[in-house]
Design a protein around this ligand. Sequence first.
Ligand code: AHR
Length: 693
Amino acid sequence: MTIKPALRFSALALLGLLPGPAAYAQSAPATITVQVNKPGDAVSKNMYGLFFEDINFAADGGLYPELVKNKSFETDDHLIGWKAIRGAAGFESYLVSSDRPISNANNHFLRLNVRKAGPDAAFVNEGFRGMGVKEGAEYTLSFFARRGPGNVSGVTATLEEPGRGQGPETAATGKSLAQAQITGLTNEWKKYSVVIKPSATVAKARLKLAVEGNGSLDIDVVSLFPKDTYMNRENGLRPDLVQLLKDMKPGFLRFPGGCIVEGRTLAQRYQWKETIGDVASRRPLVNRWNTEFLHKFTPDYYQSFGLGFFEYFQLSEDIGAEPLPILNVGMACQFNSAELAPISAAKGPNAAGHDAAGHEDEPTLETFIQDALDLIEFANGPANSTWGAKRVAMGHAAPFNMKMIGIGNEQWGPQYLERYEPFAKAVKAKYPNMQIVSSVGPSPDGENFDKATLKMRELKAEFIDEHYYAKPEWFRQNADRYDKYPRTGPKIFAGEYAAQSVAIGSPDNKNNWDCAISEAAFMTGLERNAGAVAMASYAPMLAHVDAWQWTPNMIWFDNLTSYGTVNYYVQKLYALNKGTRVLPVVMPGKAKNGTDNLFASAVTDAPTGDVIVKLVNYSTSPRAVKVNLAGAKNVGKNGKAFVMASDDLNTMNTIQEPQKLTPKEETFSVSGSNVSYTLAPNSFTVLRIPAKR
Ligand code: AHR
């Protein structure tokens, strides 16, 4: 009889042919020696951080809590998110107009011509897969309005549950959750604002604006914004999501991506200058993930830029992370159009890349370089500098103290290298202390990777951004990847990684324990090689359960709640236990890390004096280990363990069971300078042992 390996253990155990856990615990423990007396490289202070990209409705509909989709009618199809009720029965006509708009930047609005006063003269906004609202919480409803000919007397705004079984086009009414009457409209654009409090908690509410009276009304910049934001900031962020991020004590925040930096075409690239200043004047741009995947077609996906570069810097500060903006290097996504900005200015745009009329000329590399230099001035410049003044005007007088900049996202090939070099030189010439993150492409090996790595070493980039999206076994097999990496020259930024349970891009990938424990195993290699690896971030970070395009992701959310995946808790355990200096680890029988699916790394933590040992047992058996702290002095009598373990590698946290697998805290006793510990099957264990030297 052949038994599949995965089934072998349980089948034999059932037959009573294998010893039970107690017997394993009694078998001779494997000795792991942590050389406390031979401290190695310092662990980078911002080693574990965050990768943010607006994918999976991570920004609008996620971290950025505006509830109205397409509030300014500026998307390409101007009515995305909006519908007239009852087939527009109440309207003579409605149209998107540009007749005397609020501003040049915000030059489309909704013009409603009411045929006959009545409840049918109403427009509905659907939100981002509905609007999540909480009972008794406060929401600021605001809009700009202007009366036209006729007798419009006001607007009734109703936050309501959608009518059962009906789409907004037909449903006249749902259950009202809150209502406000806005009167006193004038013939000029004016902003109206009122605070409403829903009478119930609803995950998929919608906002209805009904016109009172008949005649014409112009309406624009409709917003429904929760008062409860992180640190109560105006135009702030969703508190539960920020808290999950802050809880990780992240060392850095990489933003705004990801491929979104590049755009599918250069015209659709991310331009930070379009994302600052007055929120109502930020023009939306199509999100490059909208129709990227046929299995998750989301043509309504735009970037409102309500969460823009100022907000990213502010978020970094709020969660104690170093800001790490990644900028376009003059290349559109190489998986899409691969458009290139010419290296020399054939048409000679001015420094800002705009022609005399203020329209963007065909951008050249100089345009991109200038954007980067201006960004550094925006983040760090004094109040009397052009861009520093804009930051100050937005309410942040002190510099953001940005120290790192990424040149290009995930670029490769000669086109990248020939743009990177003058770009990096220009940044260094003006800001010699700015640390540069460079790309070596989407794969962690191959010809492009090797060539780019050599070049970046030659050019003395500070950080090389390596990406790996691969099967869980790749992660376990590559735990020694950095053992032979040079300790001099650029440091590695593991800028995007996540184990893919099926395949990269597959909608069936799961955030399961098999992936997370394999990432934990791989990360023993990141930690052990602190002399080579300086930063690491799981990617992507956020996903809406009803609106995602890409899986797996670190944190999932719906309109009301959120949860950390098992992968999140692995990242968090590393981040909270990163220590300050690596300690060499000698594995049982001097074997290689990962032999017999046992992985380990160790650090010492100067502020607490603790020795911290990370252990991964990727096997269906418990495993007894004896951890010997060689040369340790003043070892305490008791230690703390944080354990994640599951017999089932398919275990996942979900929106229904958000805490199914999280770290459990235990205590253990220490005998002299030895710890005897039995690692649970399929477990990731962090041992903290007090050992002041
Ligand atoms: O994380 C999702 C995508 O994967 C990123 O946008 C890109 O950089 C990588 O290919």
